[in-house]
Design a protein around this ligand. Structure first.
Ligand SMILES: [Zn+2]
Ligand SMILES: [Zn+2]
Ligand SMILES: [Zn+2]
Length: 132
């Protein structure tokens, strides 16, 4: 499993097994925009829906904002990242529930938690959740 952090000016990838970091960004003060987990573990050997088992990279938005709420000055509780288009929006406990609205409009099935320390995916059509 490897985690890649995408910054505005480049990226860093981190191999969890060997603890080797691959530096791509040398500028300081660079803004972290997204992290991507490659080969998430035990996805394929569980009894999961095809939406979840077909995920080979988990994208997580790292900007720390709901991309819809910031346009209107709204407040959010938790953030989720769509695994189809990569947009980061707010959860169902947030007043605007932007991610659920995004699923209803686009049918993009799987979201990941964009909260620090949370490592799970959720499939809307099958209402299935898995940790990775
Ligand atoms: Zn599914
Ligand atoms: Zn929102
Ligand atoms: Zn989407």
């Amino acid at each position: 499993m490897r985690i890649q952090y995408l910054f505005i000016h480049g990226s860093i990838s981190f191999d969890l097994k060997s603890s080797i970091a691959y530096l791509g960004c040398v500028q300081t003060g660079c803004t972290l925009i997204k992290s991507i987990v490659t080969n998430p573990k035990n996805m394929s050997d569980q009894n999961l829906c095809t939406h979840l088992t077909s995920i080979t990279n988990v994208q997580i938005g790292d900007e720390g904002v709901c991309e819809e709420c910031i346009k209107t000055g709204g407040l959010w509780v938790h953030l989720r990242t769509c695994q189809t288009c990569g947009i980061t929006l707010c959860c169902d406990q947030s007043p605007q529930t932007h991610m659920t609205k995004h699923f209803r409009h686009t049918n993009h099935p799987v979201v990941a938690s964009a909260e620090k320390g949370e490592r799970w995916l959720y499939c809307y059509p099958d209402e299935e959740m898995v940790e990775y």
